[in-house]
Design a protein around this ligand. Structure first.
Ligand code: SF4
Length: 300
């Protein structure tokens, strides 16, 4: 898939968010080259890029660091401590997708936080090994936590669904590297892909690899199959993996949810990993999701 890159000047960069356990999100890019076929952020460009496929365009907010500096300065006015809440990179893009190597917007935004000696939590979630480039900044921040999304042990269907992201084994290595550098880490195991959850041995292997990589805890997430995501994902599966469609459709049933919850509980206990909320995130039932408490749930 070709990539079209637009350099744009954003009007603002610190966005107040309703995401659990998070106060502001910073999205230095609009769109995401990783183009995951289950991505729930794909709706973001439906007005600005209505005829372009998610993953084929990225708007680069070239003024993001300057904006962050300005907006942070305004919000910190009169405060004794440099803190306005928990900041999260990023909610609708991957802050370390390939273009970040060139533009360094995430890095420059983190530098702004280091420069003001930001005291609040700073959360990162990515599928990219490029994140290790910024270990020096994470070490300088008072309270940084870095997460990698890892959804499989790298089977062909999982790779197909996350075409351009860093391969799974590299993500595990990245987590290990961050941990060894003294950075707090977590893993986001989601969405749990319906073809993969039937591979119990591989699921266990994934959890073991995360444990060995030193993550503090993991998130487990059921796949979000709301209409917008479902339509796009099922179109891809129909085209390239029609034999898997039935299993993905079944993932919308209550029975599937119960089966998966039971399996995860068994495996997590066996491997001895701490799970955020003590249970998987389930999107369909928003009320139960909210009642889990205020914790970070990102997109990357
Ligand atoms: S799921 Fe994350 S990495 Fe994948 S396309 Fe969406 S924002 Fe990018």
């Amino acid at each position: 898939m070709n990539l079209t890159v637009w350099e744009i000047k954003a009007k603002s960069i610190l966005s107040k968010t309703g995401l659990p356990d998070c106060d502001f999100v910073v999205n230095p890019y609009i769109g995401c080259r990783f183009g995951c076929k289950y991505c729930y952020a794909a709706f973001v460009g439906r007005f600005t890029h209505p005829n372009e496929e998610w993953g084929s365009y990225v708007d680069v907010k070239i003024n993001a660091p300057e904006l962050l500096k300005k907006e942070l300065f305004n919000k910190l006015k009169g405060k004794k401590k440099a803190v306005i809440g928990k900041l999260f990179f990023s909610s609708v893009t991957d802050p370390y997708q390939g273009l970040e190597a060139k533009y360094q917007l995430t890095r420059k935004c983190l530098q702004v936080l280091v420069d003001v000696d930001y005291q609040g939590k700073v959360g990162i979630l990515t599928k990219s090994s490029l994140v290790t480039r910024d270990i020096d900044l994470f070490q300088k921040l008072k309270n940084a936590e870095v997460g990698l999304t890892v959804t499989s042990t790298g089977d062909p269907i999982s790779k197909y669904l996350e075409t351009y992201a860093t391969p799974h084994e590299e993500r595990i290595k990245t987590l290990k590297q961050l941990h060894e550098a003294g950075i707090k880490t977590y893993a986001f195991v989601g969405p749990l892909l319906p073809h993969f959850v039937w591979m119990e041995k591989e699921m266990e292997e994934l959890l073991r690899q995360l444990k060995a990589a030193g993550v503090g805890y993991i998130y487990l997430e059921h796949i979000n199959l709301s209409k917008y995501i479902r339509d796009r994902l099922f179109d891809y599966l129909k085209m390239d993996y029609p034999g898997e469609l039935a299993r993905f459709k079944e993932a919308q049933s209550g029975e599937y949810r119960k089966m998966l919850d039971r399996l995860l509980k068994k495996l997590v206990d066996k491997v001895d990993l701490r799970v955020a909320y003590s249970q998987p995130i389930y999107h369909k039932d928003k009320e139960s999701w909210k009642s889990l408490g205020r914790r970070v749930v990102g997109v990357s």
